[in-house]
Design a protein around this ligand. Sequence first.
Ligand SMILES: Cc1ncc(C[n+]2csc(CCOP(=O)(O)OP(=O)(O)O)c2C)c(N)n1
Length: 362
Amino acid sequence: MLSRGGCSQEKAGKLQRLTHTSSNSASRAAGLAQNLPSREKLLWMYERLTLIREFEERLKWLVETGVPVGAVHYYTGQEACAVGVCAALEPGDWIASTHRGHGHCIAKGVEVHRMMAELYGKTTGSNRAKGGSMHITDVRVGMLGVNPIVGMGVTHAVGAALSAKVRKTSQVAAAFFGEGGASIGAVHEAMNLAAIWKLPVLFVCENNGYAQATPVEYAVSVRRIADRAAAYSMPGVTVDGQDAIAVWEASAAAVERARRGQGPSLIECMTYRYYGHHQGDDTGRYRPREEEQSARDRDCIRRFREQTLDQHLLTATELDAIEAANRKKIDEAVAFAESSPLPQPADLFTHVYVPARDGEQK
Ligand SMILES: Cc1ncc(C[n+]2csc(CCOP(=O)(O)OP(=O)(O)O)c2C)c(N)n1
């Protein structure tokens, strides 16, 4: 960990980089109409972006009012990464997540009332109260797991992609990891295997600038994480992770390549987490306030709204209705979690091993 004063030069570099990424995105906005998700998909994207935001903001409020939900790592600020990638996937595809996984779960379709119940430790939770925030899993929707071991979801996604190749299905697996996770040994072993076996994988690095309190400039030797793709002979791109449409565009190209049997791709999404590493972390120890403000100025939900309204793709009435419906959905999720039963002592010995083959936990 670096002290705040000890890395001011690196921080200045990062600020410049964030601005640079932002202007790249502004210039590509002119080309948006060339390559856009369908109207139906755009509506779905806004619904998911705002559902994740509403879930995390409500969760933060619940934590601050004393609801005991265990350790949580808020995804707020990074929504465009999960939504952009999942918008390019089909329901039968898979994702594997990180410790900061609520957004990935929601983007892939895990039901928010079951997630909320899991956080409350209730039997109606997505994992019957046996997982909690960092183990939410729902194989029925292709969500292979939130994962507290940094980088480990990447190996799961590669395993799933290998199974797709062996079974000759057209499924694709996306592996999310942070820029901290990008230096884990197993991630590189997994990338190498995926490359030599030409597995259908998207390696999605969410570069939010910090692994806990360690700035990326201190811990990573390359200028871009995407540059590491060259070591595995796969394409690597860096995209504005605050622009859901840009993330979708890069992901859709990588998915197409994967389904054609041409192997994996690495997508680096430049993003930012609005809050601390976890619920108890004070970012003032290591992040300048102006950097935090600059990231909020590039907010992915506001950006998506502006893009779609300016180009007359969606209407304000449609977007407002989505937001209202999501507020209601989260109200209902909290009520469901609060009214659900707690586990009994005997439940300790049930459902502790792998799910049955049909994906339903028995
Ligand atoms: C193998 C392993 N090493 C260390 C940790 C402790 N740890 C938890 S989160 C984290 C930082 C991860 O940073 P990054 O991958 O960039 O993801 P972010 O938190 O920024 O989303 C660390 C070091 C861990 N959980 N697992």
